[in-house]
Write a protein that binds this ligand. Structure first.
Ligand code: NAD
Length: 498
């Protein structure tokens, strides 16, 4: 098995004193060994980024943007190769892998507008012969720590924009599916990125702690589970760093009695079972307003869940692949056991599901629970698997209350034909991203992504305009060039225009 290396100063670097296996979840076989970075390797990456920063911050934004243009072209030219690597190590279907890459490329497109984004603001004659402007300057060396579920897209939320803003970046991708992430970083170098501007280090807590503790790392972007997000936010901010830490989720879809049920069912199928439920924006709870809606929904969902095409992620034409690891599969199975024991009605049971020819793969079949109540663990906790829970309520107000009482607030949506209900929902719901007849309201790259409550720690959302604010520091400059011949007397009163 090949050992995957780190990418430091544009070169592959071996550090494999400690290693972990990377699996193909469709076959259940280990396919690579991954070296886990020691503190010494993290130090090399930081030194490389520090050394690259002065020249990169002074490179014209238009030139930085040109690197992003070439990067986008290379990503498009290598789409199938990247999607294959994602599917092989993550298990998601090839089509889904292409989808995440395309959404990632949108962030490269946004970063390509760096000269426009970084223009700042200018005011002439704010006082006598005084001009003022604000400048958006890079913050230095920044680091990103990313999850397994979007090995292409989530890193692309971070470093293209950070780099286009003039920063140098150290990426610590997930140790479970690092190959596509690494290939994409190599393509950025092929696009002309100077050495040291982006370094990729693989690793676990040791690597992350070394990044948190290094004074040279000025900001940390994290995406992953809530306990780690809380840890990184607390440790990073304690050291005076900027931190943006996106955490877990439990996303509800509200079905109103006037919803177009067939469309809502199609939307729910994709949002609950796509990527085997391993999306932070996956819908895992259907909140039905009234028993007739719940009964009709379940009648329509059951045959479709039973007909899900499940198999090796790298095959074409599938709906769903396996979970990422044996541990992830066992965790999901544990939740299903727990739901049954707690008294929820398992309408479709994905336990014991096998794919012929891939019996060792980490598969779980699509699962549907009815009569789920808020005190059950399957309702409260993020399952991150192909499990949809139906909760029955009597009114829209009760649905809103239920969602607002949940500790997570990443995404939510409502299915209705009624504008008044939709408007009330958008106004009152305490969730960061809201869809109206849109099941996965993931903002496009020129808006920003972020949840509320325990789904995000920090003030700013990820990518888009908030990403620019996160990866830059504002400087306000006030300038006067007095005439050589004029003499100005000292002023002791605070200067103003009135
Ligand atoms: P994870 O928290 O296990 O890992 C995320 C990153 O943190 C990885 O790079 C991992 O190596 C690192 N890490 C793990 N343990 C650590 C520790 N003890 N100390 C420091 N770093 C550590 O998350 P995951 O399983 O890779 O991803 C799934 C989770 O990510 C889900 O909870 C999902 O909701 C969340 N997620 C959230 C968003 C969002 O935008 N809010 C997007 C994608 C995924």
């Amino acid at each position: 098995m090949a050992t995957i290396k780190h990418l430091i100063h544009g070169e592959p670097v071996a550090d494999d004193a400690r290693t972990t296996d990377v699996f193909n979840p469709s076959t259940g076989q280990a396919i690579h060994t991954l070296g886990l970075a020691s503190r010494a390797t993290i130090r090399k990456a930081i030194d490389s980024a520090q050394a690259a920063f002065p020249a990169w911050r002074n490179t014209p934004a238009a030139k930085r943007a040109q690197v992003m243009f070439r990067f986008k072209q290379l990503l498009e030219a290598n789409e199938q190769r990247i999607a294959q690597l994602i599917s092989e190590e993550h298990g998601k279907t090839l089509e889904d892998a292409v989808g995440e890459l395309k959404r990632g490329i949108e962030n490269v497109e946004f970063a390509s507008a760096a000269p426009e984004i970084l223009k700042g603001e200018y005011s002439r004659n704010v006082g006598p012969n005084i001009d003022a402007w604000s400048d958006l300057q890079p913050i230095g060396v920044v680091a990103g720590i990313t999850p397994f579920n979007f090995p292409a897209m989530v890193p692309l939320w971070m470093y293209p924009l950070a780099i286009a803003c003039g920063n140098c970046f150290i990426l610590k991708p997930s140790e479970r599916d690092p190959s596509s992430t690494l290939l994409i970083a190599e393509l950025l170098h092929e696009a002309g990125l100077p050495k040291g501007v982006l370094n990729v280090v693989h690793g676990d807590k040791e690597a992350v702690d070394a990044l948190i503790e290094a004074p040279e790392v000025k900001a940390l972007s994290f995406v992953g589970s809530t306990p780690i997000a809380e840890y990184i936010y607390a440790e990073g901010t304690k050291r005076g760093k900027r931190v943006q830490a996106l955490g877990g989720a439990k996303n509800h879809a509200v079905l109103m009695p006037d919803a177009e049920l067939d469309n809502a069912v199609s939307a729910l199928m994709g949002a609950a079972y796509g990527s085997c439920g391993e999306r932070c924006m996956a819908i895992s709870v259907a909140v039905c307003v009234g028993d007739p809606v719940a009964d009709a929904l379940i009648d329509k969902l059951v045959p479709q869940i039973k007909a899900l095409k499940i198999g090796a992620g790298t095959s074409c034409g599938l709906d769903m692949g396996p979970l990422v690891t044996a541990a992830a599969r066992d965790k999901v199975l544990g939740y299903i056991d727990d739901g049954v024991a707690a008294g929820a009605k398992v309408v479709v049971d994905g336990r014991g599901f096998k794919v012929a020819g891939n019996e060792e793969g980490f598969f779980v079949g699509g699962t549907l629970f009815d009569r789920v109540t808020p005190e059950m663990r399957i309702y409260k906790e993020e399952i991150f698997g192909p499990v949809l829970c139906v909760v029955r309520v009597n009114s829209l107000e009760a649905a809103i209350q239920l969602i607002n009482d949940h500790e997570y607030g990443n995404g939510t949506c409502i299915f209705t034909r009624d504008g008044e209900s939709a408007r009330l929902f958008c106004d009152e719901i305490e969730v960061g991203m809201v869809g109206v007849n849109v099941p996965l309201p993931v903002p496009v790259s020129y808006h920003s992504f972020g949840g509320w409550k325990r789904s995000l720690f920090g003030d700013l959302h990820a990518y888009g305009p908030d990403g620019v604010r996160f990866y830059t520091r504002k400087k306000a400059i006030t300038q006067r060039w007095p005439k050589r011949t004029s003499h100005e007397a000292a002023q002791f009163a605070f200067p103003s225009n009135s």
